[in-house]
Write a protein that binds this ligand. Sequence first.
Ligand SMILES: [Zn+2]
Length: 470
Amino acid sequence: MAFLAFLAAMAIGSSCSLFGMDASGRAGPRHVFLFIGDGMSYGSEVAASRYLYGADEGLAWHVFPFRAWAATWDASAYDLFAADASAPVFAEDSFDPLLGYDPARGGDEPWPLGPDARAYLLRAATDSASAATAIATGLKTENGNIAWARGDPAGGALVTIAESARSRLGSAVGIVSTVPFNHATPAAFSAHSPRRDSYAGIAAEILGSTRPDVLVGGGHPAWNATYFSSEALADLKASGAWTVVERAAGLDGGDSLAAAAAALGAGGRLFGLFGGGDGAFEAPIPLDNPGAPAFVAEPENPSLAEAVAAAIDALARDPDGFLLVAEQGDVDWANHANDFPRMLGAIASLDAAVRTVVDFVDRPGDGIDWGNSLLVVTADHGTGLLRFDTASAIGKGALPSSRTGAVYSYPGGTVSYNATSHQNELVGFAARGDAAVSSFGDLLGAGRPGTRILDNTDIYRGLADFLGLR
Ligand SMILES: [Zn+2]
């Protein structure tokens, strides 16, 4: 008996968890919900939390039992820091984590908890392609690479966690994004390319080859033809290989998606194609309504919560478990544009989507519970170097910002952006599930002892450990 208890403890506490057993030692399917707020610095989280809840840490994931910070540097940023230090370029088997991110220069925690180390944080930073590749494959690569090896070798495709979960566990795979479905972050879990802007090729691989069970995103060619062509969409519909749900004038996109997910037959694949003039879903717009946060949203795109709910409805029917990746990509687009209200709306939509998953896992009677589920919320990097008066700026429902024509202005200087680019700042990481601590706790502080810093490649390791893939 004591020996069996020891084995169970090993399964929970070590990095070699027993294949197919959940955190309580039961055999059965496992379920991963991975949320990525693209460009979501911790300062952005605090700002959105203040607007929504009047407190710094009121977002859905701020109460999760496992909290940490993630370093986001990629091989390109590393090589620039290495050149500054006259050190060798990045190599997988011999690199210095402190060259990628040094807490002595950037802080053990991100601003506003840590220092405001602007010059260091803006010196070099990952892009979304290499950051998502690190999370999806556990490997560092260069800017612009979609699950593709450093150095862009021929045949450099890297195996993603979605591919491993499907091939080794039979997991269903869902990919949801509020930006185009073939943009960097969703693509790094569902395609392979040394060029993130090869939109037609990436779309062809996702829809014709890797084929997630559920795919929901922006990029509808009727609104923006940059990402996916009308011809490719017509061919896809004619092929009958997917159930396609599209944005349509006057129709509620969330309702259409829910109905299609409910009607999806066994083995069917669902493709929800939405988006607006820039290719992305239109994030809800917050109103200046002190004391009572409120938003204006257009209904032709689904909300992220609606997209996630439809995806779960379809994925949860797979008896082998599932992996769902959901990106709120508008946070990054808003922060690039220094558009504070859009950033708030995008994080509010992420908050609602995460609450949808918490409620879903809490619901009894469906065999999906915290014993066999792992819910992670993180960011791939910060964008815009948002700063604000930490004491007084931003109250519940109150916008400190105003817009004059195409230019955003922030009266009194209480809110400011200091870049239109990415930064090498630590980002938030939160996990919930009985296995959250055992999956990620051992990875804390590697190369940076005494800190609660994970590397973004550790996110892959923790998820793979939970699924029994390592
Ligand atoms: Zn970006």
